[in-house]
Design a protein around this ligand. Structure first.
Ligand code: SF4
Length: 258
């Protein structure tokens, strides 16, 4: 069985997608509660974290940000002044530190050079134009750009990540080879355009992805298990998991009886 395989039915209409996405949100919120992302004390810290978190666990980002704070350089002007070579050893815990130092410096060069490191000046720029500018910075891809827009700048853009892709695909909302922009459009066209909603939705998808929707999914325990589409191979896996649980319970009972 190809557990991670394509389950997209292609038959879900716009109204149905909206209903499914709303129900997903409700079920995730019920299980996990508000996540209140992004972990960061200031907009600038969130911006730095969005670059450092590429391909690494958040715990490593926290260590790197902790070092920047301890060195007193978690400010745009100071970090920019260090250059990529000066930043690299400080962010070592985040992994790929030379590459990330260069990417972070590129972002800082744009922020300091064009906007004088002023978030107030960014406020005057339309979201679409700002997104284009961010995407023009070498090393800032769509996920990083959207994370900065949503979590640092409070714009109502939906952030897509690998978990989003996997969950949407397994639930028949999108093809598993859908592009980033297609997945973003799917979410933004069917989920109420509200930055707080987008903030929580992305964070909740990360919770589902981290705990349940792994390469080999743990559907039996997942809050979205009842929403698996008809015909999904994962339904069979769910039944098997249920049987295994029941068998285990029966075996436990027999053991206790002996
Ligand atoms: S039920 Fe949960 S683990 Fe299973 S495919 Fe859906 S989101 Fe992933």
């Amino acid at each position: 069985m190809r557990l991670g395989g394509r389950v997209y039915t292609g038959g879900m209409n716009r109204v149905r997608k909206k209903i499914v996405l709303e129900e997903m949100y409700g079920r995730m919120m019920e299980r996990f509660g508000p996540q209140e992302w992004w972990p960061g004390e200031t907009a600038f810290e969130v911006m730095v974290g969005a670059v450092l978190t590429q391909n690494t666990a958040w715990v490593n980002v926290e260590k790197a940000i902790g070092r920047l704070k301890a060195e007193g350089v978690l400010e745009a002007g100071k970090l920019h002044g260090l250059g990529a070579k000066g930043i690299a050893p400080l962010i070592r815990p985040a992994g790929y530190f030379n590459l990330k130092a260069q990417r972070l410096w590129n972002l800082l060069d744009w922020f300091v050079g064009k906007y004088g490191a002023s978030f107030e000046r960014l406020e005057g720029v339309a979201t679409a134009a700002l997104r284009e500018e961010l995407l023009g910075v070498t090393g800032v891809g769509p996920e990083t750009a959207d994370a900065i827009l949503l979590y640092a700048l409070g714009r109502d853009v939906f952030v897509v990540d690998a978990y989003t892709r996997r969950i949407f695909s397994r639930h028949g909302l999108a093809k598993d080879d859908a592009t980033y922009e297609e997945l973003k459009a799917l979410a933004e066209e069917h989920i109420e355009r509200d930055r707080q909603m987008y903030n929580e939705y992305h964070a909740l998808l990360v919770m589902v992805g981290k705990h349940y929707c792994k390469p080999v999914p743990r559907c039996a325990e997942c809050p979205l298990r009842v929403m698996l589409p008809k015909g999904s191979p994962l339904l069979k896996a769910r039944e098997d998991a249920g049987r295994m649980t029941n068998d285990a319970m029966t075996n436990d009972a027999m053991t206790n009886d002996q």
